[in-house]
Write a protein that binds this ligand. Sequence first.
Ligand SMILES: C[S@@+](CC[C@H](N)C(=O)[O-])C[C@H]1O[C@@H](n2cnc3c(N)ncnc32)[C@H](O)[C@@H]1O
Length: 272
Amino acid sequence: LKQSTGRTAGRLTIIGTGPGDPELLTLKALKAVEQAQAIVAPTGRPNGASSALEIIAQAADISGKQVVEVHFSMQKVRLSGSRHRSVEESWSKAADTVLEFTGQGMNVVFPTIGDPAFYSTAYYLLSTVQERQPGLVTEVIPGISSVGSCSSALKAPLALGDDMLCIIPATFGDDRIRQAIETFDSIALMKVHRCLPRVIRILEEYSLLENAVLVEKCALDGERIFQDIRKAAHEDLHYFSTVIVRKQRMGTAGRFIVPGTGDRNGRNVDER
Ligand SMILES: C[S@@+](CC[C@H](N)C(=O)[O-])C[C@H]1O[C@@H](n2cnc3c(N)ncnc32)[C@H](O)[C@@H]1O
């Protein structure tokens, strides 16, 4: 794509960083970072650090690259309906930043936690950029999702056989969470850190508390697994906390067991 300046425009590559362990970054994502001249990274707080940036900085040398952290509004986004002004403003600001770099011929990487496929700001950015500059070369490189990583930490599947799986934020209203529990065999609840007591109450209604496990900071230093999620309700949980509920509890020998796979060393947090 030639700019009006005659310069060849750069490209935008969105990469999934995986859940946190830099070894869980894909080779393709790593290559994209190495070949980029600029990184535009999302932060959840106005002056907070970008977790996605921290992950890639552990895997690649990013000194010498232009790095801009852009705050993305954490207001809820409803796909049909009006949005908070701050939401559109943050997409717009991120798109401006990306296009400024690509306009100078730079390749830009936008890292996003886990896999961009799930509840990522990256796709809002992508569509804003595409609207403004339809011809821009773009690419999306998938990552290892936190739900897949939680499954490995628990050494338990998210779904097997004829299981139906659902992945939703726990910030949804009670009715949608109940609907998910009634419809699906396995439910991953993201963004659970501030609404765990409510989730616990709902799971109790269905006698599913025993089937729920909470993984905090999966694949990061300080990873914790709560086999009894009621104990996690008294903790100041990190934003990186996910609850997995599976109606069928499967053991390694194919038998259904009580979830007690423990942490990576085979211990439950509750036992430490
Ligand atoms: C906006 S969603 C993004 C999900 C991400 N795109 C993915 O594929 O995992 C953020 C939520 O992902 C989950 N999450 C992300 N990283 C995590 C980690 N390392 N451990 C546990 N949960 C994590 C948490 O539930 C968090 O609130």
